[in-house]
Design a protein around this ligand. Structure first.
Ligand code: ZN
Length: 165
């Protein structure tokens, strides 16, 4: 299980970012319009952050901010200030605004980073109603997912037993 507000899945390489000091949030700004696009959470490394030359060729520049300055309630004010500035210029696409909010949830809400992976399946199974992001609801999703995985493993095991019998 990912440690809440200490570990994240990197949107670039898919690996685990272990500790806020090892990661960053970043997004691209379209030079012509100053609009924001493609916000994400990645490792703080050349391999995972947006490539400056590639972005320049697309007419964009990347903004990179260390994760430790936006994680948790004590950094919410900082994050909201960032949101205010980028919203002033607007989003390249409507989906970029949603992605920015999703990125904020991932660095602000304990257990969301892991629960989001099972959000849709848990919604389909009526484990939550898709409107609540409180700790209780997120933990409920994670506990449900854990029992589902165990039930799945048990089912596989009993199939193997039947097959070998
Ligand atoms: Zn990475």
């Amino acid at each position: 299980m990912l440690k809440p507000l200490e570990q994240w899945c990197c949107d670039s390489c898919g690996g685990i970012i272990d500790g806020a000091l090892n990661g960053c949030i970043e997004w691209c700004v379209v030079r012509r319009t100053h609009r924001t696009s493609a916000p994400r959470i990645v490792h703080k490394s050349r391999e995972c952050t947006y490539d400056a030359d590639e972005q320049a060729a697309l007419g964009r520049a990347a903004t990179v901010i260390s994760l430790d300055s936006v994680v948790g309630p004590e950094c919410l004010a900082n994050l909201l200030k960032r949101l205010e500035v980028v919203m002033g210029w607007g989003w390249a696409e409507a989906a970029d605004g949603q992605a920015f909010i999703e990125m904020m949830r991932r660095v602000q809400l304990p257990y969301y980073e892991e629960a989001r992976l099972f959000w849709d399946v848990a919604l389909a199974a009526s484990i939550h109603d898709g409107t609540r992001y409180d700790k209780e609801t997120l933990l409920q999703i994670l506990r449900w997912e854990e029992t589902e995985v165990w039930a799945g493993l048990e089912a596989l095991r009993s199939q193997e037993v039947t097959a070998s019998a």
